[in-house]
Design a binder for this molecule. Sequence first.
Ligand code: BGC
Length: 762
Amino acid sequence: MKKLLMIGACSIAMHVSQGQTKTNTQDAKMNAFVNSLMQKMTVEEKIGQLNLVTPGGTVTGSVVSKDVDNKIRNGQVGSLFGITGPDKIRKAQEIAVNNSRLHIPLIFGLDVIHGHRTIFPIPLGLSCSWNMDMIEKSASIAASEATADGLSWVYSPMVDIARDPRWGRVSEGSGEDTYLGCKVATAMVKGYQGNGYSDPTKVMACVKHFALYGAAEAGRDYNTTDMSRIKMYEYYLPPYKAAVDAGVSSVMSSFNEVDGVPATANKWLMTDLLRKQWGFKGFVVTDYTAINEMIDHGLGDLQRVSAEALKAGIDMDMVGEGFLTTLQKSLKEGKVTIAQINEACKRVLEAKYKLGLFDDPYRYCNEQRFNSAILTDANRAAAREFATKSMVLLKNNNNVLPLQKGKTIALIGPLADNKRNMLGTWSVSGDPEKSIPVLQGLKNVAGNDANILYARGCNISDDTMFAKKVNAFGKEIEIDARSLQQMIDEAIATANKADVVVTVLGEAADMTGEASSMSDIGLQKSQKRLLEELKKTGKPIVIVLLNGRPMTLTWEDQNADAILDAWFSGTEAGNAIADVLFGNYNPSGKLTMSFPRNVGQIPIYYNHKNTGRPYSGVGTGKFRSNYLDVSNDPLYPFGYGLSYTSFTYSNVTLSSPAMKQDQKITASVTVTNSGKFDGTETVQLYIRDLVGTITRPVKELKGYQQVTLKAGESKKVDFTISVEDLKFYNSDLKRVAEPGDFKVFIGTNSRDVKDASFKLVQ
Ligand code: BGC
């Protein structure tokens, strides 16, 4: 068969005229090959290509695929996900290539979200590095491990903008900001796909969840979303578009509705916007059983929702088999056309062609790479480096951090000596046994320089019902046989012997991620109790927080001496946390999501509107847009993060007080490392459009630069502002820059900024 296909491909190549560009020639070759193959296919076989199955593994829906081998043999499967390893994948591929009538190879996909076998920090953590080279490298290493493990397709990047930390899936994204979200989307796609699949260490990426999945009402997963077109275009859609512009090969539809029509049947979204406006050329896969779920959305029976999905522009049906079981009937009844089936089939075959699977269906089944490219020392070293760069220092009173040498440290908390929770959510191929817990990391890094005592202190949660739900994928919350009081007593005795108490607290890995929404995002009661009791010892208290979302930490902020947000740091968590605690790495992460003071402030985000009765500070007048019981400000704002050193900013200077549409302005500050440590600072540029035909946010991130300064060193940082930075979508959904007054802010976070003013003139 392979031979036959190759002859088809070669003969067409002869018809290609000499003068065409390389890309055109390649496209022509591919078209000819795919067309000739499709001529041999029955309608059933074409529909088979649209079917994505999983024999198990990661199961997030209510069904798994049955009778997978037979379906592959019968040409009823186009792609498969949930298995890894070149041996297993080779076996499945052999069934398709040797036993199906047309020998069409399968694509093998998986959720590779933040690393594959070597797990990196959760995406929200990675985004806090604001380091796009690093993020690209993380995707590149993940691609290299995934391909060595037999895979050719990853369900990442997840680029859903989110402003509600109750939504558990904030952990999988890059936070609340669109500008940064676009940068991350681009970096991830480049890291996974590189310059194309001629490189066998690259995989096909899949941007998800298209679209607006992060705007679920009340932060409850899978819930309804509803927003204006301006809000979509301005804030929620650009990261998906950035992935498309970066050449992403596939797109995953989201579970939610958009404008009253579930994304999976939304023709405006999948065809008019994605393909016609944005020019997307790859294929669209549904999320897990998203077609079937449209029955519950209230769109009709399986036949109808499957037809609607196809007509909207969906090419591949994940697990639900709505396409497989109903499209032929719909075709006979005139509810879908053969052209629609052909189009979807063609897109899937094109992806296979681009991956090189028709040339070599086993190109990702390389035992030698499987044995040498996974969990290497270099990948682990990268994981450690990425983790240190992702952590955010939220508080550090009296320079309690970095920890001093030669002291006794009481390491306390349910996450302090815990492997299971280091990897975080969606680390389906990560082995928790290979992760470094904090206790071990501290010992590794401190060596003889510290005396480390340990006590567990409490359970992550004492609520057994809650633990049962969180433990769906494994024992993340273990309930100790001892009572909370017994554990606390042991912790107090340990703390009393120490110079400093380091508590490792937070969430279990799957308290965030899919279907992990929470209405209370503070520490669990048991952990709060432990902290309150430890506080009474009078020892300095450091909190190392492991979490997948912004949490409410008002009490902790008031009572702890230092708080280091380490997120879920991945395989090298313990070593990386120790690197930061002992000052081998000076923390440089900056928050990409605001931390609210309490749940009542949610949704909370820095680029909000001013309103007609703007907030003017606590206690300043009643008829303002504020709360009676809490300030409007978050506890820790977007862009916030401390360092062991301090950075001071000069005033902002502008190269000119005005610019025309075709001109540029340079905004500059001098940043000085005014502390005692060398360090890296992320200098942030925000802009506000003061008057517009539609209302504009109080500030928007438009640029940033990372500078590494030695203690005492200064550097001038310049930002070039062009008219592109001043544009927004107006009421006609046109991107325009309107002449008028603007403010530019530069600072260390979205709150602490210096400003200057300029005009855009005609
Ligand atoms: C999730 C996706 C994921 C898919 C396959 C779904 O439930 O929403 O993000 O890629 O399952 O595992």
